[in-house]
Structure formats: structure tokens, C-alpha cells
Design a protein. Structure first.
Length: 457
């Protein structure tokens, strides 16, 4: 009887522990809100001073503080940690600001991020410089990239698309005004198509001209043809489309020069302004060019194809060098993009300042994407597992990098979004011959139920 009572008393706590362990693995967000958040807050507040001291983030107290402590108490005067601000809980972690002591810098706190993570029992700690003397600690309670949930509040705008989630639980926003051109690399089934879908559907709801080049017979971009103003599905069509885009760019430069009173003979390279300085009534719509499997534009088999390739590469380089001021932006995707593709590949890659590297098959491919802008990110890109499609490393010319993951979106949902926003596509007469034919969606006719006539006498 005593044994039965003991088992009954233990079954409740064991069930609670088992339920908490299951929730932590299957539903980390719910576990963090109910269990992880209170425990981490208590642990942080109880061990803040000792943790900062162990991490070497304390400084000697001022003379005034030493005199005040000795005059009021007999306790030992201890080093002073950075002044801590209010703890602000979030759905994914915690935020708090630290006011650095004289002589400290944000790099000192960033170097101790791994120690703070273990001391406070969270998944990761990230440091952000807010203003001189103040840094923000972003504590992430669980792996937010395992199951992506985009933040509810995201600052968007024209040519700003929240396309993925960063490892610090903030949104990765693709801003074409800040980073005009981008290179997206990744092996097969690494998540490039998912990245492209989120980017296309985000731009579809904006007054932006979308142009696609997909030399795989359009299998990637054809489902979005309703929203695309032009689509080339083989190298021959791409060779005809690119000169039209270059001519559109030159016409926009002429418009800028005419508006600003610049002499007609002034070279395009000498113009420092762009279309955003024009009045809104005269400003042409921005153009985003998507190129899927860019290597297909470089591969050749005959001498005639070599001439066509050289012309296309030259036009792409011109668009990359001069297109930003004319409101033309490039989104180049592929599996590899190195010098082995041929003449002009390295020069074109150098113009693509934004880099996104998904899982790749070798280290050389990761170096092609990130080696020249963020060498430290090459190892992180090579460590991406095949079980995590959509996970990528994003870098920029400033040397910074972070891990991101794109939320899952079905091809059908993306195609429906593009069909519903087809009327928002700006009209570019020069691109009309390249617009793909989209068959109308069949409308289901409701079955008419005939009602019998009333019986009369």
C-alpha cells in the first residue's frame, strides 16, 4: 500500500517533467513562453553581477563610490558591472541594454557572448551597438531557424521585402535601394527556389516591373508568368531581351539628363544622380531582373554561341554597373559562379554586392559567394546540413554575415499570389513582345438546379 501511494505521488511530477521535455522539443516557442522565459529571467537577475565579473566585463569602482561604501557599510568594495537596463521579454527571447563603463567597447561584450549564453541558459546571445556607450543584448531562447515564423511587425516599403528570418529572430529584409544587386548560390534542393518564391511574391504586391530569365525552359519562373512583364526561357530569348533592357536603361539616363539640364553628350558614367531624384509623376517604375541558373548563359558549344555569350555577358555587366541609377536591379541565382564559366564571370560577380549562400557541394563554391566579402562566413556555409533546406548564410560588403532561413511556401500559393497581383504590373511597351502567354483560369460554373413547375388544377 505504501509503495502504491509513493508511485501515485511521483507520477504527477514525472508527468510534468515529461510534458515539459516534450514541449521543449516539439513546441519550443510554447515552452519558452511558459517555462524558459521565467527561469532565464530569474537566473539573469540573480547572477548578473557575478557573471559579468567572471567574463571580465567589470571595472574598478570610482573613488566616490569607494568612499560612500566605506562610510555606510563595512562590506568589501567590489568591481562594478555595466549598468543594466530594463529586461524586455519577447516571443523568442529577451532584450536588455547595457551602458558600458569608461574604457569598455562593444567588442568586449561580443567576445563574451558564448559565456553569457551558458551562464544564463539560453540558445544564443547577440550584441548590437545602439549608440556610443550603449549596447543591446538580444537573448534567443531556442533555435528559431528550426521552424521559421516571421515576426509580426516588419518595416517594409517600396523595394523592401522581408524574405527570411535571421538567427537572432529578426527579419532579413531584402532592400534593393541599399543593396542593388545580389548573388544567390546553392546546390540542388538547397532552398534557392524557396528564396526566389518569397522574394517574387513580396515584390508582386508592389508597383515594380518583374523580368525573368530562366534557361531551364521556364520551369522555375513560368508559374509566375502572370506577374512577369517579360520572360525568357532559353539563351536565344535572353539574347534578345537583354539589349532591350540596356536600351531601357539608356532611355532612363536620357530622362535624368533632360530633367537636370545635363548636356546630351555627357557620358553615363559621369552622372551621379538616379531616378529617385525625379518627380513622382515622371519617375519610371523600377525593374528587377531575376536570372535563374546563370551558368546557362555562359555555357557554349559552338563559335557562334561564343559570340552570343560574349554579347550577353557584356550587357549583364553594363546593367550591373549602371543599372542602379536607372532603377534596374539584378537577382542572380545559380549553383556555381566562378572564373571557370568563362570571360566576364568574375567581373560580373564583383558587381553583385549582396551574397546569399545556401548549402553547396564544395568549399570552392562557398568561397565564390562569400570569400571576397566575408571570409569568416565560408566555414559556416560549408557546415549547412542537407536536412535543413532553406538555411543560408548572407553577407554584404561590410564584412558582416549571419545565418538566415526562408519560410516554406508552396509553388501553388506563390502562383496564386502572382495571378492576383497581375494587374499591378507597370506597363513597359518595350517589354510587351517578351510577355509570356498566360491561359485564363477556368471558371467553375455552378450547376443549375431546375425547380419543377407548380401543379395546377
Amino acid at each position: 500500500m505504501t509503495d502504491l501511494v509513493t508511485l501515485a505521488e511521483l507520477s504527477g511530477p514525472l508527468a510534468a517533467i515529461g510534458g515539459a521535455a516534450y514541449a521543449r522539443h516539439a513546441h519550443p516557442a510554447a515552452y519558452w513562453s511558459t517555462v524558459g522565459l521565467p527561469v532565464s529571467v530569474v537566473r539573469l537577475m540573480a547572477s548578473y553581477s557575478s557573471t559579468m565579473d567572471a567574463c571580465g566585463l567589470t571595472v574598478a569602482p570610482s573613488r566616490l563610490r569607494v568612499l560612500a561604501v566605506k562610510a555606510t557599510t563595512r562590506r568589501e568594495v567590489r568591481p562594478v558591472p555595466p549598468r543594466r537596463g530594463m529586461i524586455r521579454p519577447t516571443t523568442t527571447g529577451l532584450r536588455l541594454r547595457l551602458r558600458l563603463a569608461p574604457g569598455q567597447e562593444p567588442a568586449d561584450v561580443a567576445a563574451s557572448a558564448e559565456r553569457l549564453r551558458h551562464a544564463w541558459g539560453v540558445h544564443a546571445v547577440y550584441v548590437r551597438d545602439v549608440k556610443p556607450g550603449v549596447v543591446e543584448l538580444r537573448l534567443v531562447g531556442f533555435d528559431v531557424l528550426r521552424k521559421v515564423r516571421m515576426p509580426r511587425r516588419i518595416d517594409g516599403g517600396l523595394l523592401r521585402v522581408p524574405v527570411a528570418l535571421r538567427q537572432d529572430a529578426t527579419a532579413f529584409v531584402r532592400d534593393y535601394r541599399a543593396v542593388p544587386h545580389e548573388l544567390v548560390l546553392g546546390a540542388t534542393l538547397s532552398g534557392k527556389s524557396m528564396f526566389l518564391r518569397n522574394l517574387l511574391t513580396g515584390l508582386a504586391a508592389q508597383p515594380v516591373v518583374l523580368v525573368g530569365i530562366d534557361c531551364k525552359r521556364g520551369v522555375e519562373l513560368a508559374p509566375f508568368a502572370a506577374r512577369l512583364s517579360a520572360l525568357a526561357t532559353d539563351p536565344e530569348q535572353a539574347a534578345e531581351l537583354l539589349p532591350v533592357l540596356v536600351k531601357e536603361m539608356e532611355d532612363r539616363y536620357d530622362l535624368i539628363k533632360a530633367r537636370q539640364g545635363i548636356a546630351p553628350g555627357t557620358p553615363d558614367e559621369s552622372i551621379t544622380s538616379d531616378i529617385w531624384g525625379l518627380p513622382e509623376s515622371e519617375r519610371p517604375a523600377p525593374i528587377v531582373l531575376f536570372i535563374d541558373e546563370v551558368a546557362e548563359l555562359f555555357l557554349i558549344a559552338t563559335r557562334k554561341e561564343e559570340e552570343r555569350r560574349d554579347e550577353m555577358v557584356t550587357q549583364l555587366i553594363r546593367l550591373a554597373q549602371l543599372g542602379r541609377a536607372a532603377g534596374i536591379y539584378l537577382e542572380v541565382c545559380g549553383q556555381r559562379f566562378g572564373a571557370e564559366l568563362g570571360k566576364g564571370a568574375t567581373m560580373l560577380r564583383a558587381q553583385l554586392s549582396g551574397r546569399v549562400c545556401h548549402r553547396v557541394n564544395d568549399e570552392a563554391s562557398a568561397k565564390m559567394a562569400l570569400g571576397d566579402i566575408a571570409p569568416e562566413a565560408v566555414g559556416a556555409a560549408c557546415a549547412i546540413a542537407a536536412e535543413l533546406p532553406g538555411l543560408a548564410v548572407v553577407g554584404d560588403t561590410s564584412g558582416g554575415w549571419s545565418r538566415i532561413r526562408t519560410p516554406y511556401m508552396t509553388l501553388a500559393d506563390a502562383a496564386v499570389t502572382c495571378r492576383e497581383t497581375a494587374h499591378l504590373a507597370p506597363d513597359i511597351p518595350a517589354l510587351a513582345p517578351f510577355r509570356a502567354y498566360v491561359p485564363p483560369v477556368p471558371v467553375k460554373v455552378a450547376e443549375q438546379v431546375s425547380t419543377p413547375r407548380p401543379v395546377t388544377d
